[in-house]
Each structure stands twice: as C-alpha cells, then as structure tokens.
Design a binder for this molecule. Structure first.
Ligand code: ZN
Length: 262
C-alpha cells in the first residue's frame, strides 16, 4: 500500500513523499525544496519526481536533488520537456492521458491548463489519489497566471468528475483563507461551516488540513460550485430569485477575481 507523507516546504508549500513499507525506493510529487525532502526520505532512495508545474516554489529543490543523484527521473508536461525547458533537469515529457507505473501503482497524467498552460495533475486511479499542484486547492483554486477562465474552469470540472472518494493533495496550505471565502459566498452552506470548524481546529494543533476528497470539494469549494443558484446569487449580488442568468464559466471568472481581492 502506498503511503503519502506531506512535506512542508517554504512558508506554505507541500511536497508529497510517496513510499511503500516493503520498498527502499521513494517518489516525490513536486521537488519544492531539497532540505526538507531529503530529511523526509530517511536514507531511502529517491528515484522519481513528478512535477505539477514549473513555478519556482515547486521545482526549487531539483538542482540539489539532482546533484545528489544524477540518475533521478523528473516528469513534467511534454511541452516543458520539448520546448519551454522551465522544469530544471526534466527527463520525461507527459501528454494528457499518459500512464506510468509509480511504486507499483498506475498513474495517469491529466493536463490541466489554467494556473499555467502546462500544468499536470497526477491521478492514481487504483489507489484513489490525486495530486493537483496549484490547480485545485482545498476550497479554492490557483490564480490564472497563463490560462484563461474557460481553460481553468474546464480543468477543474474534469477533476471534479473523478470518483467522490478520491483523496486530493494540493500544492499549498491555503485552506483557512479559502474556506473563509467559501463561507462568505455561501453562508447557508452547512458543509462549508463544518469544514471551516474542522480546519481551524486542525490548524490550531499545527497539523496540515490536507488531504481532502473530491466529494468534499464538490460540496464546499465555490470554484466547483459556480452552477449552484446560491453561488450565482452571491456573484450577482442579488437574491437567487432576482439573479440574472450568468454562465457557470462567467460566475467562475468573477469568483476568481473576487477571491484575489478578498
Ligand atoms: Zn504555481
């Protein structure tokens, strides 16, 4: 069985260490920062990094980790490997739907443009795990640095359509602020209120709120709920019965802008 260990990096990033009890090999999703990752490895052998995207806080450890072991395999989007070269040391390019075997588990690369144009989410269909980088956060989503609102909306909808019980591991600990925003958008949503209480209790103990599930995100994440009348009404600033019809994509785009100034 695969064990997922969150490795806090910088102020609010997570790298994730994947391991098995019967195996000396370990794998990391996002080589954010080398020191905390090396400390978490405890002498086992890091063979592979799965990079979700090229931002410096997600690839900052590559150089040092490669210096430690030049045979390290680094996966990321195919276009980064072939042309853009923004992921240091990348050895393998992945296109949407490509499958890998990682520690004996099947992994599918999902191309999820929006936060960046070459963002990849890693889905382990048999283990029921999803690593979303800066695309889907607990009760939130990443900023649109390179993609358009329709692209990000489609990427998020695709992740939301995965099985409800899939565990979601995202690239940052932003839940406290995200859930406060979700509460502001849907004050009557009891699933959001419950999640906010659990999150505040967890953070007060100094523990990570991750992981979430696709089902919990669908119930509490406003960026997956832009077709809901309550969310549409909040964005339009009117009660649901008076709200003008906006497309779910337009509601999503307005929510994303609103969150940036919240
Ligand atoms: Zn990013």
């Amino acid at each position: 069985m695969l064990t997922v260990t969150p490795v806090p990096c910088y102020s609010d990033n997570y790298a994730y260490l994947l391991s098995r009890a019967d195996c000396e090999e370990v794998v990391v999703v996002d080589g954010c920062e080398s020191e905390p990752i090396l400390a978490a490895i405890h002498g086992r052998r890091l063979t592979t990094i799965l990079a979700t995207h090229h931002h410096p806080d997600h690839i900052g450890g590559h150089e040092h980790l490669l210096a430690n072991d030049p045979s390290l395999r680094i996966f990321g989007h195919a276009e980064e490997h072939a042309q853009l070269r923004r992921i240091p040391g990348q050895t393998h390019g992945l296109s949407d739907g490509d499958e890998l075997q990682i520690l004996g588990e099947r992994v599918i690369a999902l191309h999820v443009p929006g936060h960046t144009l070459t963002a990849v989410a890693y889905y382990f269909p048999d283990a029921g795990l999803l690593f979303t980088g800066d695309t889907l956060f607990g009760a939130g989503c990443g900023r649109l640095f390179e993609g358009t609102p329709p692209q990000m909306f489609a990427s998020l909808q695709r992740l939301a359509a995965l099985p409800q019980q899939t565990l979601v591991y995202s690239g940052h600990e932003y839940l406290t602020k995200n859930i406060a925003f979700a509460r502001h958008i849907e004050p009557q949503n009891t699933a959001i209120a419950d999640r906010q209480k659990r999150c505040l209790d967890t953070r007060a103990r100094g523990e990570p709120c991750e992981p979430s599930t696709i089902g919990l995100e669908r119930a509490t994440n406003p960026f997956l709920r832009s077709a809901e009348p309550s969310v549409q009404a909040a964005v339009a600033g009117r009660p649901p019965e008076l709200a003008v019809a906006l497309s779910a994509v337009e509601v999503f785009a307005r929510l994303r802008r609103w969150r940036s100034s919240f």
